[in-house]
Design a protein around this ligand. Structure first.
Ligand code: NDP
Length: 305
């Protein structure tokens, strides 16, 4: 029987691991199919305190993981395929094979990119359609690209892609960006970035590889085509909570509801990071909530005697 099982290996899960390991609870952390989470898909992180010259997202994760390992966290590779939280002990099954019994569970499964759901998107994924500029930008040297979205992620992706692309068109469904002021200013100042306002992508065009997008202006209804070699979708994220449906209380958008610190409605089950946070969604807030979940779990275990 384990004291603490943590699902997820982003900043929330790894911070929970550091704290519970230092509390001598010998945490078991199940990494998930995409170890390290969303930070592994970003470039420079400029707003995580302690790194005045910025740190690369993957490097930040590597450091956190090493820190969690140093205090004795046990890492298990693979995905959790089911959980049973109805009775104590809690049961967590990994890859349909290994079932782990635990007194407490910290859910830190994060969130994943949302896709447009338009024709051409699925079939051209990996052939010009992407949600990760860091991963795929390099392939588009000297070519024209489209970024869809008006938030910080879209601005970050657009700016990053100008390192490779000859031109980046940001397609946004309104005439105002949602992104923070500093990210907006950076994008507006970048001569390689153009904005296509009040427009949505209706179809991603191309046979085998992306050759363009069909756009609809939502004010005028005008349909146009824009040539490009790649489409980077940056329209937000949804929480990775399917595994817990019907077992843990969630809000209307599928985010886990936490109360009294990071506790869920199930005794001994805590949630941290983007899986329970629609508002802040920052590496630092994820790490902070991972710390809180760890301390909450520790107190709960003390209460069990
Ligand atoms: P956001 O939810 O902030 O922005 C999503 C954008 O996509 C919005 O502009 C939205 O339009 C648009 N959008 C949503 N759905 C569709 C759709 N179906 N079709 C077309 N457009 C659509 O998500 P982000 O991923 O940008 O950011 C998430 C969080 O992470 C934010 O809190 C952000 O501040 C933070 N972040 C911070 C960074 C940093 O500080 N360096 C970097 C990246 C993210 P509309 O505006 O009309 O709603």
């Amino acid at each position: 029987m384990q004291n603490v099982v943590i699902i997820g290996s982003g900043p929330a899960g790894l911070t929970a691991a550091i704290y519970t390991a230092r509390a001598n609870l010998k945490p078991v952390l199940i990494q998930g199919a995409h170890a390290g989470g969303q930070l592994t898909l970003t470039t420079e992180v400029e707003n995580y305190p302690g790194f005045r010259h910025a740190i690369l997202g993957p490097d930040l994760i590597t450091e956190m993981r090493a820190q969690a390992e140093r205090f004795g966290t046990e890492f298990i590779a693979g995905d959790v395929t089911s959980v049973d939280l109805k009775t104590l002990p809690l049961h967590v099954t990994v890859e349909g094979e290994q079932t782990i019994d635990t007194k407490t569970l910290i859910i830190a499964t994060g969130a994943s990119a949302i896709w447009l759901g338009v024709p051409g998107e699925t079939v051209l994924m990996g052939h010009g359609v992407s949600s990760c500029a860091t991963c795929d930008g390099f392939f588009f040297r000297g070519q024209e690209l489209v970024v869809v979205g008006g938030g910080d992620t879209a601005m970050e992706e657009a700016n990053f892609l100008t390192r490779f692309a000859s031109k980046v068109s940001v397609v946004h469904r309104r005439d105002k960006l949602r992104a923070s002021k500093i990210m907006q200013d950076r994008a507006f100042k970048n001569e390689k970035i153009a904005f296509v306002w009040n427009s949505v992508v209706e179809e991603i065009l191309g046979k085998g590889v992306v050759t363009g997008v069909r756009l609809r202006n939502i004010v005028t209804g005008h349909i146009s085509e824009l040539k490009c070699a790649g489409v980077f979708v940056a329209i937000g994220h949804s929480p990775n909570t399917r595994l817990f449906e019907g077992q843990v209380e969630m809000d209307g958008r599928g985010y886990i509801v936490t109360k009294h610190g990071m506790a869920t409605n199930v005794p001994g089950v805590y949630a941290a990071g983007d899986v329970q946070d629609i508002h802040y969604r920052q590496a630092i807030t994820a790490a902070g909530s991972g710390c809180m979940a760890a301390m909450d779990a520790e107190r709960y275990l003390e209460g069990l005697g």
